[in-house]
Design a protein around this ligand. Structure first.
Ligand code: KG4
Ligand code: ZN
Length: 330
């Protein structure tokens, strides 16, 4: 993919009444664009991850992310369009890193305005849920949804495809954040969820007894777990840490998965779905065999899920959306 290409995307954007939607997602460190048909078929799905760029900092640096989105947005959108006709532009407007969101929102406004298309502002969390509405899964509500990502850990009541109601949320770290911070303490790479997932396969999940927060209601807490890992690691020599790293990863992952599964079970729901980056975790997927699981490529941030959610969101007609803003909060 060409880097820093001039913004010529609108030339390749063909307007149609077929109802396909171009989705754009730039809320964190993935620059993504996708075309989804009105029936929920994914026509294209391009994700340019910035993970390598942020790895040396051990986490996403907002200003670095914004600059990289700027470089990537035009070629990523161009690749996603690739001759597809679209009738609307959808973009994540909230929640997320404000500078990162603004790159996607500005690009979407420009594209929509140039072609007189409507613009559909999408809530990123609604997007994660709508990863379940794409073909071939095409999940029908009602269901109770566990959304576990780097920024959020929530239990949601989903009655229809247009929205959701929050039943519980994390009081401190998100589950993905716990994975990422844990990985950092263990000297693993960023993003840490996948690294811990892979290493845990060689470890004993019962080797260490890490705490599982059990709050009243349906809320989550992961900061105590992270601190427990910190003190355990501090108590080990470098050699011991190297020898026990897989056991630590397996035990730490077990505690996160247990916390998530126990909360899901506490809802008493018989129809359960799991979405978000942490839904890619192999132990979590195995622990909820009866749940509808977001397809692996759609767990972490992507724009197909944003275009999918847009199918159930009110479009803003041309040119009313020019005053539309991004928002860091939900
Ligand atoms: O949904 P997502 O791409 O971004 C947010 O909206 O936050 O989620 C990213 C998070 C990261 O914290 C990453 O470590 C975690 O998802 N993640 C995983 C796995 N793959 C990604 N966590 C556990 N196991 C995995 N296999
Ligand atoms: Zn996300």
């Amino acid at each position: 993919m060409a880097r820093g290409a001039p913004l010529t995307v609108s030339d390749t954007l063909k307007v149609s009444d077929t109802g396909s939607i171009l989705g754009i997602e730039t809320s964190c460190d993935e620059t993504a664009a996708a075309v989804v048909t009105a029936d929920g078929e994914i026509a294209s799905n391009v994700v340019a991850s910035q993970a390598d760029l942020h790895a040396r900092f051990g986490g996403v640096v907002p200003e670095v992310a914004s600059r990289r989105h700027l470089e990537l947005i035009a070629p990523v959108v161009e690749e996603a369009l690739d001759g597809h006709d679209v009738g609307a532009i959808a973009v994540t407007t909230r929640p997320g890193l404000i500078g990162a969101l603004l790159v996607g929102v500005s690009a979407a406004k420009a594209l929509a305005w140039a072609r007189r298309l409507p613009l559909i502002p999408v809530d990123h969390l609604h997007g994660h849920i709508a990863s379940l509405y794409l073909e071939p899964l095409d999940l029908q509500p009602p269901f109770t949804c566990l959304l576990a990502s780097g920024g959020h850990t929530m239990l949601l009541d989903v009655r229809d495809r247009g929205g959701y109601r929050v039943l519980g949320t994390t009081l401190d770290d998100a589950a993905g954040e716990a994975f990422d911070k844990g990985a950092r303490l263990l000297g693993l790479g960023y993003p840490g969820g996948r690294e811990i997932d892979l290493l845990a396969r060689d470890g004993d999940p019962t080797a260490y007894d890490f705490p599982v927060a059990r709050l009243p209601g349906l809320d989550f807490s992961f900061s105590g777990l992270k601190t427990a890992l910190l003190y355990t690691v501090r108590g080990l020599t470098a050699d011991e840490l190297a020898r026990r790293r897989a056991d630590l990863a397996a035990s730490y992952q077990r505690a996160i998965v247990l916390a998530l599964v126990e909360r899901v079970e506490a809802t008493g729901a018989d129809r359960v779905a799991v979405v978000g980056g942490v839904a890619a975790n192999s132990e979590l997927r195995a622990a909820l065999p009866d749940a509808a699981l977001a397809p692996l490529p759609l767990c972490t941030d992507n724009a197909a899920m944003i275009a999918s959610a847009a199918r159930y969101t009110e479009p803003v007609p041309y040119p009313d959306y020019l005053s539309l803003d991004a928002r860091p909060t939900a």
